[in-house]
Write a protein that binds this ligand. Structure first.
Ligand code: C2E
Ligand code: C2E
Ligand code: C2E
Length: 88
């Protein structure tokens, strides 16, 4: 059968990200909007992003990728399990 591995996919809660007034996440929000445009993915409440793009963003913030993940978590803009997210 299908084995469900815990994914380490980075999934952003777009509503929270775009509502977040804090300057801190301005670049992440701008980047997410650009990715939505490139994909033509406008109607989603969440957005899965590339690990490569997270690394690039971490450089912008001058922190490690895991440091950026931590920061995103602190702001509550990461979705741990998108399927559970939609079930709730
Ligand atoms: P591309 O990188 O040449 O990818 C072409 C298509 O392959 C994408 O069309 C998508 O259908 C698929 N694809 C590529 N990588 C992945 C992946 O990791 N997962 C999935 N599920 N599909 C993948 P799409 O989505 O319309 O994107 C068009 C172009 O927009 C991409 O061409 C790329 O140049 C850019 N793009 C889209 N999303 C991202 C992103 O998250 N980061 C970056 N750096 N570029 C992106
Ligand atoms: P998942 O990755 O756990 O995603 C669950 C749901 O979150 C998706 O349901 C979708 O509604 C939403 N979601 C996640 N990432 C994005 C995103 O970047 N944009 C938007 N608009 N919504 C997103 P959905 O579409 O019914 O997909 C169910 C499952 O099917 C996904 O679970 C995943 O396991 C698989 N899947 C769907 N599309 C792709 C894909 O392009 N690549 C891969 N590898 N799997 C996919
Ligand atoms: P995913 O679709 O489940 O893809 C998981 C991983 O498989 C990606 O991690 C990437 O390493 C690899 N992969 C999948 N499709 C392609 C492809 O067409 N070309 C290449 N070179 N690698 C591929 P990654 O890059 O960290 O992306 C994480 C998630 O972000 C993807 O999960 C997908 O949900 C989303 N994503 C990334 N790039 C695109 C894109 O261009 N278009 C769309 N629609 N979604 C993307």
């Amino acid at each position: 059968g299908v084995r469900h591995e815990p994914t380490n996919k980075i999934v952003l809660d777009l509503e929270r990200l775009y509502d977040e007034a804090s300057e801190d996440l301005a670049y992440v929000a701008r980047y997410a909007r650009a990715i939505q445009q490139q994909r033509g993915d406008y109607n989603g409440r969440v957005l899965s992003i590339r690990a490569d793009d997270l690394r690039a963003l971490a450089i912008v913030y001058d922190i490690s990728p895991s440091g950026l993940i931590e920061r995103l978590n602190e702001h509550g803009v990461l979705v741990a399990d998108p399927r559970a997210f939609f079930a709730s």
